[in-house]
Write a protein that binds this ligand. Structure first.
Ligand code: GDP
Ligand code: MG
Length: 163
């Protein structure tokens, strides 16, 4: 059984962009699963010779601004139950939001590896701004840009090390 990695976070932080980058050119298996998990997408990928599955959560609320915090919490709880490791993605462009703090609170209680990915770090100014995410109480973070791939190698190195 390969390990499962879940990508969680509020809408529009860039989860699907990162997911698509991760599974690009690999075994093409993105698929919707019916029922309660229909809003999640699964993919298979590998890094440093290590195979693992990835769950992209929250596809259902993509593009929606009226998403309830409870829905995100539900996604995170499902992911926590199922995953061996979790990537918690946040967005440096918007900075820390109440929903981020809410998810962080759930994740601090989890006894699984959690990787805080600060996305949309497209330039050095944003790299400086990323320090505010220490306030989430999850320790070290990985500054990344999912569109360019910048920083994603370091994140994936650490991730597969923990699987
Ligand atoms: P999701 O709702 O978390 O799955 O977010 P998406 O992957 O759909 O991305 C939301 C928006 O953020 C899209 O317009 C992406 O192009 C944009 N985005 C994703 N990654 C980056 C990034 O590294 N830098 C910038 N500037 N925009 C990004
Ligand atoms: Mg998405």
């Amino acid at each position: 059984m390969s390990s499962i990695v879940a990508i969680v976070g509020r809408p529009n932080v860039g989860k699907s962009t990162f997911f698509n980058r991760l599974i690009q050119r690999r075994e093409a298996i993105v698929d919707s699963v019916s029922g309660v998990t229909r809003d999640r997408h699964y993919g298979k990928t590998d890094w440093n010779g290590r195979n693992f599955s990835v769950i992209d959560t929250g596809g259902y609320v993509l593009g929606s601004d009226d998403v309830f915090e409870a829905e995100i919490d539900k996604q995170v709880e499902l992911a926590i139950g199922e995953a061996d490791a979790i990537i918690f993605m946040v967005d440096v462009e918007t900075g820390v939001t109440a929903m981020d703090e809410d998810v962080a609170q759930l994740l601090r209680k989890v006894n699984k590896p959690v990787f805080l990915a600060v996305n949309k770090v497209d330039n050095s100014k944003r790299l400086e701004n990323a320090v505010e995410f220490y306030s989430l109480g999850l320790g070290e973070y990985f500054p990344i840009a999912s569109t360019s791939g910048s920083g994603t190698g370091e994140l994936l190195d650490a991730l597969v090390e923990a699987l």
